[in-house]
Design a protein around this ligand. Structure first.
Ligand code: NOJ
Length: 735
């Protein structure tokens, strides 16, 4: 690999001058992105590039072909404008990193920035210069398949990862040879779709939109994201792709965003399907008015924009503003100076640096959910025979998860392969799938697996969801283990052999029916290329788990949405007031204990709360101190706490989390909100003083006065190991 210097611009491109020379058809060419037809390319497609009627293409990853199309655009078209070349590079290109939800479980934005840096490097080698990532939709419904692509339920955590991924993809300089443009999506509120059905309606009041769904987009913009994608969703009656309030008032006027907004796939003509517009021409008009710069996949702009301008429904000035946004993005990407890629400048896929990073990210993103009697880590000397069971123990594709168009399964190391490689002859490994797939119902494979478990020291059972069960349009109404997996696990458990359950999944699962069948549960998510080595390192204690849940695990689907930063309500449940089904059956009158907010048939608490995750070490928190109990607007205060690793054998890392509650607000406020976190490494017996600084800006929210401001009054802070932390203190923000 030879490192190329970042190109020096030949002479500054003056966007206004280019636009002044453009014909209307050339302008409209900049406002569409088309799916690339298979090679050999049809003449009409190539001619459209040559005549400037296509300014952006997607889904082409053959460097020679990309280079040839760029050459035609730059040398044979009248104005020599380079192409945007887009691809969904969501959690890696050839080397696949853990799914974004898992990356968020690492609570390690620096590591995630490195992962996206490598993803950009691999993608850029093919000539791709734009990815549709990160997805920063707040996701509070695990039924929604796309929760896998999100950073989970929390505003602060999602914002931190929005910044990290944008910085990783775009690097310090988006014009560098191996960085690509990021696209924060889906603006806005897509994750709130009703009952977790993809593409469904969202009704988000302004208060919630501004306080929950929009802040991560602000973060991405502050990190200089070059583009945003509009959501497919209907936001309070006006689909995002036509939503003037969202796109013009908030994004352009209030936030001053100067980047590109691209529609989602065919979302412009779908305005008609929503019933917002009568035909494609009106759809084009509404999307143009909303300031959607680039229409993805469909061609309503190309067909109707000119007529709309001639009829005076869209002005030439409006059109030029959209074109300017697109040309500015191409300029920021340095494409006018160098649009060609040279694969020889890049590290090859499968480079050890990429695989090492993929393993490190997988290790850090896995969450230890249960570890009864210190079953883990396993000791080699006590585990001379191991049953490796389940449909996901040896699936190079499924461990990659959703959205891996270019992921290379031949680079994958599965858990079974890694166990064999690591344990060698000294350990007898008995492998049986038990079930063909995670959806399989037949029990014909159980006996072999049960026999393997019976004759082994431990059973490692790999269950969960295949990749195909999560991601776009892969939503589920029942989020338990699919198929007959629960029954299978019970059968293995009944052998009496200790059971370690390794869960591979793209979403939180309801595990109530299986949790007792496993002595230990390691949540691996869909961990990517290096799943196997990461899992083996964790199971055998070469690494200590340190991932924490970025999303709440409910006990039952009926609890959804269940998230830690909920409102308290006027009648919060308490242990004294919650009535259980058993009590109803006993005839206990509900009013005897008070009517509060709960379900009769499920414990109101989550199965595992946001922020939760165990370690082989134990951590103790003590001596919380605030440096002041009164602050004024513009000031900050510090909160410190001593964290001790009380284990005598295991070094480990704890993610120390800071939560705040604004006790009284002009609008009701969440019961607590994450405001900061720090990873601390502690050797056995070691302590560290961890200090957070909290500014009053971080206490601001979109208030009843419809501005973002702080409100004086009482605040409570908690510091601890998850969102249920009890150790805290109070301070006052003075008027
Ligand atoms: C539809 C998805 O919603 C979006 O996230 C993706 O980037 C586009 N398709 C392009 O593949």
């Amino acid at each position: 690999m030879t490192q190329a210097p970042t190109p020096v611009p030949k002479e500054p491109i003056v966007i206004g001058e280019i636009i002044a020379r453009m014909t209307r058809s050339e302008k409209l060419g900049q406002l569409c992105i088309v799916d690339t037809p298979p090679a050999p390319f049809p003449d009409e497609f190539v001619e459209s590039i040559r005549t400037g009627r296509i300014g952006a293409i997607m889904n082409l990853v053959e460097p020679d072909q990309v280079n040839e199309l760029q050459r035609i655009a730059m040398e044979e078209s009248r104005l020599g404008i380079p192409l945007l070349v887009a691809r969904d590079v969501i959690h890696g290109f050839k080397t696949i990193f853990p799914i974004p939800l898992a990356q968020a479980a690492s609570w390690d934005p620096d590591l995630v920035r490195e992962c996206t840096r490598v993803a950009a490097h691999e993608a850029a080698s093919t000539g791709v210069n734009w990815t549709f990532a990160p997805m920063i939709d707040i996701s509070r419904d695990p039924r929604w398949g796309r929760i896998a692509e999100s950073f989970g339920e929390d505003v602060h955590l999602t914002g931190v990862f929005a910044r990290a991924t944008v910085k990783g993809l775009q690097g310090e300089n988006p014009a560098a040879f191996d960085t690509i443009a990021a696209c924060a999506k889906h603006f806005a509120g897509y994750g709130a779709s009703e009952s977790g059905r993809d593409y469904n309606t969202t009704n988000i009041p302004e208060n919630e939109l501004r306080n929950v769904y929009l802040p991560p987009f602000r973060d991405a913009i502050e990190a200089n994201v070059l583009s945003l994608m509009s959501s497919f969703g209907d936001l309070d009656g006006i689909p995002a792709t036509a939503n003037d309030h969202l796109m013009n008032t908030i994004l352009r006027k209030e936030w001053g965003f100067e980047g590109v907004v691209v529609s989602d796939w065919e979302a412009v003509p779908q305005l008609g399907v929503h019933g917002l517009t009568a035909d494609d021409k009106e759809s084009a008009e509404q999307a143009l008015r909303a300031g959607i710069d680039i229409e993805m996949a469909s061609m309503t702009y190309a067909r109707y924009a000119s007529e709309l301008i001639d009829e005076g429904r869209i002005s030439e000035v409006q059109l030029d503003a959209l074109v300017a946004n697109v040309l500015r993005m191409k300029q920021r990407l340095g494409l006018f100076d160098k649009a060609q890629t040279d694969p020889a400048q890049f590290r090859t896929p499968g480079h050890s640096k990429h695989l090492d990073l993929a393993k490190r990210a997988a290790v850090r993103s896995m969450v230890l959910l249960k570890n009864e009697n210190g079953r883990l880590p396993l000791r080699r000397e006590n585990n001379r025979s191991i049953a490796v069971l389940g449909p996901l123990a040896d699936e190079p594709n499924d461990q990659l998860g959703t959205w891996v168009f270019d992921g290379d399964p031949s680079l994958s190391v599965t858990p079974l392969q890694a166990l064999r490689a690591r344990l060698g002859e000294a350990c007898e490994i008995r492998h049986a799938r038990g079930l063909n797939t995670t959806r399989h119902r037949a029990q014909d494979g159980f006996a072999e697996a049960v026999d393997a478990a019976k004759s082994s020291d431990v059973a490692l059972v790999f269950l969960g969801e295949e990749a195909i069960l999560s991601g776009e349009a892969h939503c589920r109404a029942d989020i338990g283990l699919p198929g007959n997996q629960a029954e299978f696990l019970r059968a293995v458990h009944e052998t009496g052999t200790p059971v370690v359950l390794v869960l591979m999944t793209g979403r939180p699962l309801t595990l109530g029916d299986v949790i007792d069948y496993a002595d230990a549960i390691l949540l691996a998510w869909h961990p990517g290329t290096m799943a196997g080595p990461a899992i083996v390192d964790l199971l055998f204690g070469n690494e200590n788990p340190s991932g924490k849940l970025p999303v709440t695990f409910p006990r039952a689907v009926g609890q959804i949405p269940l998230y830690y930063a909920h409102k308290i309500t006027g009648r919060p449940p308490t242990p004294e007031t919650v009535v259980r089904m058993e009590d109803v059956e006993k005839g206990l009158p509900q009013h005897a204990v008070g009517n509060t907010s709960f379900h009769l048939d499920v414990d109101p608490s989550p199965l595992f709360p946001f922020g939760y995750g165990l370690s082989y070490a134990q951590f103790e928190f003590k001596d919380p101190v605030l440096d002041t109990v009164e602050i004024s607007t513009g000031d900050s205060l510090s909160i410190s706490v001593t964290v001790t690793n009380t284990s005598d054998r295991y070094a480990g890392e704890e993610v120390v989390q800071l939560y705040v509650r604004d006790m009284v607000g002009s609008l009701t406020r969440p019961v607590r909100e994450l405001k900061g976190f720090q990873r601390v490494h502690l050797d056995p017996g070691a302590s560290a003083r961890v200090t957070f600084r909290l500014t009053t800006d971080e206490l601001a929210f979109y208030t009843r006065r419809k501005t973002i401001e702080t409100e004086p009054g009482r605040f409570r802070v908690w510091v601890g190991a998850d969102s249920t932390a009890q150790m805290g203190a109070e301070f006052i923000l003075l008027p």
